[in-house]
Write a new protein. Structure first.
Length: 319
């Protein structure tokens, strides 16, 4: 995962208007793969544009171009869609598993577009998993720079020390891996089991399990209940629900019609040009010291101090 997404946003908009759209971004928006995975497909020689093999991700797609991946035509990207999915335990978050285990995408109900996951939940974890048909959006929402809080309900076995939980707010390093601040609190105890609420912003691989093991606690159940502003709520296991486009506009700033977006960009550019034209020109700056004229002194200026020559005593005259 790269942190270049935020820096590339303005450049991508300019590219789209001038030369089209980079093919890796196009494939990501079409839900084929994330932008990085799309670049790997290109490097592996699996992508064609108008019947010709694409050999660089710096290839641009224009309206009417024909694109295929592994011989299968790619449909034009649809509007960006986002889904909440209640992942049950026992599924891996991948499209193909080398070990033949059941995957999230094999168990999705029919009728959904091709989607990719935003982040992952491991085999034995359950709860909220966001899915989208826009690979570029998935990459953007996975970035740590979003600082979105991931909240979990965690059942652990062992003796919970609340002082150790509070100490996690400072961050912790385990076996050379530095984990950021973690908010953890005790909700209830029952025998040797306890329920915790754990919130974090990074979500490294198996982070909660490793941190709890470091505290002498065994995680027996892990449920993600929130990812940023999106909640698991009462969504049943294996249930899928689409996020309303209005929520996408409010929370993510996407989904505006292209015509409105272009009109707003044109209006902003025109306003900036008008403001620049009305601004008075700056006076020329002198290129060197002014010579040949005396600058008048202000009336309330202090009197000139005598120079060194005036203060110097004259030697007494000889008789």
């Amino acid at each position: 995962m790269s942190d270049e997404q935020d820096d590339d946003a303005a450049g991508d908009a300019t590219e789209d208007a001038a030369r089209g759209e980079r093919i890796a971004k196009y494939l990501a928006r079409a839900g084929i793969a994330s932008r990085r995975d799309a670049e790997k497909l290109i490097a592996d020689g699996k992508v064609k544009l108008n019947g010709k093999l694409v050999d660089t991700p710096a290839t641009f797609v224009s309206p009417g171009d024909r694109i295929s991946v592994e011989g299968k035509p790619v449909a034009a990207p649809e509007r960006t869609r986002l889904f909440r999915y209640h992942k049950p335990e026992g599924l891996v978050t991948t499209h193909r598993d080398p070990q033949g285990r059941p995957t999230v995408f094999e168990k999705l109900p029919p009728g959904l577009p091709r989607v990719v996951s935003i982040g992952r939940l491991d085999l034995t974890s359950e709860g909220l998993l966001l899915l989208t048909n826009d690979g570029a959006l998935a990459r953007r929402l996975e970035l740590p720079t979003n600082a979105w809080l991931r909240r979990y309900r965690v059942r652990v076995f062992g003796t919970v020390d609340e002082r150790q939980l509070a100490y996690l707010a400072r961050g912790i390093t385990i076996d050379g891996v530095a984990y950021g601040p973690i908010e953890a609190g005790l909700d209830s105890r029952q025998g040797g089991n306890a329920w915790l609420t754990v919130s974090l912003k990074e979500g490294k691989n198996r982070e909660i399990r490793r941190v709890m093991a470091h505290l002498g606690l065994q995680v027996t159940r892990l449920i993600r209940v929130a990812y940023g502003p999106f909640q698991l709520g009462a969504l049943p296991k294996a249930g899928v629900e689409e996020v309303h486009p209005r929520i996408l506009r409010e929370q993510l700033g996407i989904g505006e019609k292209p015509q409105r977006q272009r009109a707003r960009d044109i209006a902003a550019a025109a306003a900036a040009a008008a403001a620049a034209a009305e601004a008075p020109p700056e006076p020329p700056k002198p290129t060197g010291p002014v010579r040949g004229r005396t600058i008048p002194r202000a009336r309330n200026a202090e009197p000139r101090r005598p120079g060194r020559a005036a203060n110097r005593r004259r030697p007494p005259s000889r008789p």
